[in-house]
Design a binder for this molecule. Structure first.
Ligand SMILES: NC(=O)C1=CN([C@@H]2O[C@H](COP(=O)(O)OP(=O)(O)OC[C@H]3O[C@@H](n4cnc5c(N)ncnc54)[C@H](O)[C@@H]3O)[C@@H](O)[C@H]2O)C=CC1
Ligand SMILES: CC(=O)C(=O)O
Length: 389
């Protein structure tokens, strides 16, 4: 079958920049090969035969993703894994009820972590979520613990599996998933700022009165408070934002309001409904499609940045091997500073988590030694004496 096109956007043309010095950039125009007929993300596709997507965690996000994959079938099988067995069974039954009308080729089943490790794509939604008013970073300790237990249960992992992290804080977990899985870094990605970028396109579309998919706009960096908008590369169609909007509208106040809206969107939704699920379900399903069909869409995605020492979102070409390549982006001086600050912030959190984990492991090791080491002769005598007493 013909692979579906990238988001149904009519422009297969991707504009990118190659940097010639710290402040001057050369504009290059690149074509992402896209011979597919233009179909939209919401259009039905035949599932790829013998392909499977495992979803770890079948709460709000995991089940919404599974439902999206049923409605837009791209794989044969969705495997759900969750330690809450009653919830898992109920979700599988409810989701399969949505398949019996015969309009999908995708089946849903319950599986183990070991089964999941053999899937083509493993999506990790397992973990705690924010309560109203809580930050994503407050989930780190709990969700890192879950992540570690997931990787010890999933072994041996299919060496071709692509890991897609969704659980928060997604950039930090993406960094650790790369270390824990032992998979090549191109195969470990996080949804990152894809959702923030969709929210940005949404609000800009309203302000500019154009369709969201005519806007090319990226939020980059952390899926969290240190994220930033790459204002200097926003285009509406082929028109730079600075040409598309008059300076009387594109004021610092306008930029500030848009950035605050984008950064605060999750908290605002969680305050009223306790979770966000539809947006991320749709984004994660699209990323799975780009991977399974080797579509080569360019998306802001969280992946390891060797020069920054952390995982964060930058534009990347997505295909069957995960991150096929990073796509250079033109950042102005302010944006470069924001990227630097964002990476420093994430590196600090990673270092804190690593030393907290090392201390925990030392303590566990000491406790194990304490219970396992046989008692010395003298100690045995003392123990007997204690018994007599
Ligand atoms: N990256 C993003 O843009 C977004 C990320 N999220 C994050 O996704 C995560 C999940 O959110 P929800 O689905 O709303 O939470 P939820 O609480 O509804 O579901 C989480 C599920 O994970 C399961 N789980 C726990 N340990 C597990 C393990 N070892 N293996 C498999 N499953 C396990 C739990 O039993 C639970 O059913 C949260 O961390 C949330 O912050 C949510 C929305 C957007
Ligand atoms: C929960 C979350 O990370 C989001 O909706 O952006």
């Amino acid at each position: 079958m013909t692979p579906p096109a990238c988001d149904g956007q009519s422009q297969p043309l991707t504009t990118f920049f190659s940097q010639t010095s710290s402040n001057s950039q050369t504009l290059t125009t690149g074509y992402i090969s896209n011979t597919a007929k233009s179909t939209s993300d919401t259009e039905m596709h035949e599932p790829k035969s013998k392909s499977s997507i495992a979803i770890l965690g079948c709460g709000d996000v995991g089940s919404t993703l599974a439902y999206t994959l049923i409605l837009n079938p791209i794989c044969n099988e969705v495997i759900l894994v969750d330690p809450k067995t009653a919830l898992l069974e109920a979700q599988v039954r409810d989701l399969n009820d949505a398949t019996y009308r015969g309009n999908t080729g995708t089946k849903v089943r319950a599986g183990t972590h070991k089964d999941a490790g053999q899937a083509d794509i493993v999506v990790i939604t397992a973990g705690a979520k924010q309560k109203p008013g809580e930050s994503r970073l407050s989930l780190l300790s709990r969700n890192l613990h879950i992540l570690r237990s997931i990787f010890s249960s999933m072994q041996p992992i299919n060496p071709d599996t692509i890991l897609l992290l969704v659980a928060n804080p997604v950039d930090i977990l993406t960094y650790f998933a790369r270390k824990l899985s032992g998979l090549p870094e191109s195969q470990v990605l996080g949804t990152g700022t894809s959702l923030d970028s969709a929210r940005l396109r949404g609000v800009l579309a309203q302000k500019c009165e154009v369709a969201p998919n005519s806007i090319d706009a990226y939020v980059l960096g952390e899926h969290g408070d240190s994220q930033f908008i790459a204002w200097s590369s926003i285009h509406i169609g082929t028109t730079p934002l600075t040409l598309a909007l008059p300076p009387t509208i594109l004021t610092p106040q306008f930029r500030h309001e848009i950035a605050a809206h984008t950064r605060g969107a999750a908290a605002a939704i969680i305050a009223s409904k306790g979770c966000t699920a539809y947006g991320i379900g749709n984004i994660a399903a699209s990323i799975c499609k780009y991977i399974l069909y080797d579509i080569r869409c360019v998306r802001p995605i969280s992946f390891y940045q060797p020069e920054l020492g952390c995982s964060l979102s930058m534009p990347a070409v997505l295909g069957r091997k995960g991150v096929v390549r990073a796509m250079p982006v033109n950042l102005d001086e302010k944006e470069q500073e924001e990227l630097k600050a964002c990476a420093e912030n994430l590196r600090g959190i990673i270092e804190g988590a690593e030393s907290e984990w090392a201390a925990k492991e030392k303590l566990e090791e000491a406790l194990r030694r304490d219970t396992l080491v046989p008692l010395e002769e003298g100690e045995k005598g003392e123990e007997k004496g204690e018994e007599k007493a």
